[in-house]
Write a new protein. Structure first.
Length: 150
């Protein structure tokens, strides 16, 4: 990969080349680009435009893209639900259950990290931060669902 590759390009490289969540050819077509033009962006030779980033987020619908774009801000990405599903008590119950599971996973990650030597190493910290971010997203989605209940 190019030395000047942006973090955004590196993330998309991970998604499209390593994980193969979608074919590069398919994504290029969705963006109105030639395949080689998308590769130039993935390898950092050309920067993605804001419109391209938005189109990629819409097309791939991967929360990691939204998280990357919001990194360093006070905002948390949550998935938009259907309005009617969000405004029911069942929707709130589902949100609370998801939050409970995510917080439980976070607690388990912390317990496992501390169980061996009472310290949290670099790799464990990354895993904990991932679980923490998932729990924050769940809590924010639950808060949003509660606002919509009449």
């Amino acid at each position: 990969m190019a030395e000047q590759q942006s973090e955004f390009a590196a993330l998309l490289y991970q998604l499209l080349i390593v994980e193969e969540v979608k074919a590069v050819k398919e994504v290029a077509a969705e963006l109105g680009l030639k395949e080689q033009a998308l590769y130039a962006r993935l390898y950092g030779r050309v920067r993605f435009s804001v419109d391209e980033a938005r189109a990629i987020l819409t097309y791939l619908s991967d929360v990691r893209i939204a998280d990357h774009l919001l990194k360093g801000t006070k905002y948390v990405a949550i998935e938009r639900k259907e309005q009617d599903a969000e405004r029911t008590s069942e929707g709130v119950r589902e949100g609370a259950t998801t939050t409970l599971f995510d917080v439980t996973d976070l607690m388990r990650e912390v317990e496992v990290a501390l169980s061996d030597d009472g310290r949290i190493d670099h790799r464990e910290k990354i895993d904990i931060e991932k679980r923490l971010h998932e729990a924050e997203r769940s809590l924010t989605a639950l808060r949003n669902a509660l606002k919509g209940v009449r």
